[in-house]
Design a protein around this ligand. Structure first.
Ligand SMILES: [Zn+2]
Length: 339
């Protein structure tokens, strides 16, 4: 009997050693220590053992159970630790790797430029005004000294919705609406989308403008130049110069085109400024007295100064964008540069 038990311990030892997973080890446990396991079978055979040997055999069996239990418990610890180590190895975290980031959006370059321009003028005491994009002919043209038969209506072709309703061709309609409703002095800046049926590398059927209006006593073209020079220096850099060239707009008299020194070559001449050192940036002028009168402002007492610029054009100059259409393609690779 003692030999049998010794043999069983040996078998158990080998079986435990060969178990390389917790599941296999559990099978071994059942095989030797379970209710119908080998050890229990041995105990059942006790009835064949002579009476006087039984206590001794019982002692052997108990010792064997203790030994086998200890063997399996040790092996369980060993395998558990190995499993944890394996898991740690396969699931290790490389803390030097980039984490998963949520992509953040950014403002469109035209929005950035609009905000920058509006900020400059509001810091100079201007108020931001707004008006509808679907506008009446009255505010878009007639009040601004552009009657129905005026040649200027050919100059800026228009999307008409009906005879007297249209998509505004400029934000000047906001100036007309403001002058009717506000007593001078007026310092107004307005920004928004405008529409004209042009479509090429430098024109889009929808584009954005920022315009400004000053109505006050004793304001002159010199004030306008000073104002626009302050603006250009802030928008580009402090060395920027401004020059006026005579032009024609129906709502201003005199009218000027305004150039700034090229912000790329600082006036030396380069590809961007086509070698001239100057870049046209906006149109401006002294408000035609007829426009003031149309809007109920005494043109003998008050003078007006007005200016307007295309946001896309300013964005192209400031950011060196060669083709206006890039601004409307919404290519994320391009837009990401403006974060
Ligand atoms: Zn240049």
């Amino acid at each position: 009997m003692k030999e049998k038990i010794s043999k069983l311990i040996e078998q158990a030892k080998i079986a435990v050693e060969q178990s390389n997973t917790l599941a296999l080890l559990n099978n071994v446990k059942v095989k030797f220590l379970g209710k119908s396991g080998e050890l229990t079978q041995l105990l059942r055979g006790m009835k064949d053992v002579p009476q006087e040997e039984r206590p001794m055999v019982g002692k052997y069996v108990n010792e064997a159970r203790d030994i086998i239990t200890e063997l399996t418990e040790n092996k369980t610890r060993e395998l558990s630790q190995a499993e944890i180590n394996e898991k740690m190895k396969s699931e290790s975290v490389d803390v030097t790797l980039d984490g998963k980031r949520k992509e953040r959006g950014s403002l469109h370059p035209c929005t950035l430029i609009t905000e920058e321009i509006v900020d400059i003028f509001t810091s100079l005491g201007f108020t931001l005004g707004q008006g509808p994009e679907i506008e009446l002919d009255k505010f878009c043209f007639q009040m601004l000294n552009i009657p129905p038969d005026h040649p200027a209506r050919d100059m800026q072709d228009t999307f008409y919705i009906s005879d007297d309703v249209l998509l505004r061709t400029h934000t000047s309609s906001v100036q007309a609406r403001t002058m009717i409703n506000t007593k001078p002095p007026i310092r107004l800046v307005c920004a928004g989308k405008v529409y004209r049926p042009d479509d090429d590398a430098t024109h889009s059927p929808m584009f954005q403008q920022v315009e400004g209006l000053v109505v006050d006593e004793k304001v002159t073209l010199c004030d306008l130049k000073g104002l626009l020079e302050t603006f250009a220096k802030r928008l580009f850099d402090s060395s920027t110069k401004v020059r006026f060239r005579p032009s024609f707009f129906p709502f201003t008299e005199p009218s000027v085109e305004v150039d700034v020194t090229c912000s790329v070559c600082h006036g030396k001449g380069c590809r961007i400024c086509k070698g001239t050192g100057w870049i046209e940036i906006l149109g401006a002028g002294v408000v035609n007295p007829k426009v003031l009168e149309n809007c109920g402002i005494d043109s003998k007492k008050y003078k007006g100064l007005a200016f307007g610029m295309g946001v896309e054009r300013v964005a192209m100059i400031k950011y060196g964008i060669p083709d206006m259409r890039i601004l409307f393609e919404n290519d994320v690779r391009f837009l990401k540069d403006f974060k």
